[in-house]
Design a protein around this ligand. Structure first.
Ligand code: ADP
Ligand code: MG
Length: 326
């Protein structure tokens, strides 16, 4: 038997059956390293790249400790963007489906306030949201965190990059001190270290080295002489490899628009995704890319990082990210 089997964690049999039905046969490395601490109730800092299964690494802990008959918010998960919050909530619902009446609520900006108030009035066990909107609910007194016993910061480095530091501090100050705090981050800069120093209690630090699966991912580097060749090269690569779905990373919002426009004028079905788009427009772009009615998504890292997109054939770094960790 695989040594990284979920069975070693002491989870209820119903959850093990549920994981089996999700085809989670063994733990990913970051899950294997963090879950024993998470389930013991310790504070954990976990560093691992996108796609390494971080959601279940905290999600199994949240779902396991939750008291379903107590209709109060018991866990709060902060995410940098609404797309990520939606994705986390979806995964948590799958992890919680073996339990009855577990209510998971998403609270993000870009969505109307009213329906969120109604949902909050009906009560929720787990709230997943972006710092801005959560803070707004706290200010208005519409969200009560007095019974939160687990706080999760997902993609914490990205939240700090996006300027959410003060929001996060304001939110944390309203969560009871004797809580468990879990922090997930792809990178571990000083700002994360100081954040964890402020809000965590003797955290266990775990780190999973990224392993690109060499059997499924091939990497190429193309060198060219003049900047104006960049776009031509992109076009030629798309024509040569004909990937069904391609994600192109640019460093600026403006560039994503320019590259997408240019590709469209060359006959590609390309869409731009960046943080200045209205939430509705962003949702539409992602739906069209996911259902393959558009084949090229040109995005900034901030807008696209962490998204779990199935069957992506190619990722092209149009410009190399400024931060090599990214
Ligand atoms: P991260 O947050 O690290 O980017 P996610 O939590 O979004 O990663 O997980 C990435 C994908 O891997 C998701 O589709 C998820 O359902 C899947 N996954 C997570 N854990 C496992 C596992 N133990 N076995 C198989 N698939 C898994
Ligand atoms: Mg994630």
């Amino acid at each position: 038997m695989n040594q990284n089997t979920f069975a070693a964690l002491g989870l209820p049999a119903e959850q093990l059956a549920n994981l089996d039905s999700l085809e989670y046969r063994s733990m990913t490395p970051i899950q294997a390293q963090s879950l024993p601490h998470v389930l013991q109730g310790r504070d954990v800092i976990a560093q691992a790249k996108t796609g390494s299964g971080k959601t279940a690494a905290f999600g199994l802990g949240l779902v396991n400790r939750l008291k379903a008959d107590r209709f109060r918010v018991q866990s709060l998960v902060l995410c940098p963007t609404r797309e990520l919050a939606d994705q986390v909530a979806r995964e948590l619902r799958r992890l919680a489906r073996y339990r009855h009446n577990v209510k998971i609520l998403v609270l993000c900006g870009g969505a109307p306030f009213g329906p969120q108030l109604d949902s909050l009035r009906h009560g929720a066990h787990i709230v997943v949201g972006t710092p801005g909107r959560i803070e707004e609910h706290l200010r208005k007194g519409t969200l009560n965190l007095d019974e939160v016993n687990c706080l999760v910061l997902d993609e914490a480095d990205r939240m700090l990059d996006m300027g959410f530091r003060e929001s996060v501090d304001a939110i944390v100050s309203q969560v009871p001190k004797n809580r468990q705090t879990l922090l997930f981050s792809a990178t571990y800069p000083d700002s994360i270290q100081s954040l964890s120093g402020r809000i965590m209690n003797r955290p266990q630090i775990v780190k999973a080295e990224s392993q690109h699966d060499a059997r499924s991912i091939r990497q190429h580097f193309y060198r060219f002489e003049q900047n104006k060749q960049r776009l031509t090269l992109l076009r030629l690569l798309l024509l040569r490899f004909r990937p069904e779905s391609t994600l192109v990373f640019c460093n600026t919002k403006r560039e994503t628009e320019e590259v997408a426009d240019e590709l469209r004028s060359q006959g590609f079905s390309a869409l731009a995704l960046h943080g200045d788009l209205e939430q509705r427009a962003r949702d539409q772009v992602l739906v069209r890319f996911s259902n393959r009615s558009a084949s090229v998504l040109v995005a900034t890292d901030v807008a696209a990082r962490g998204l779990d997109i199935e069957k992506l054939d190619a990722v092209i770094n149009y410009h190399i990210a400024r931060d090599p960790e990214v």
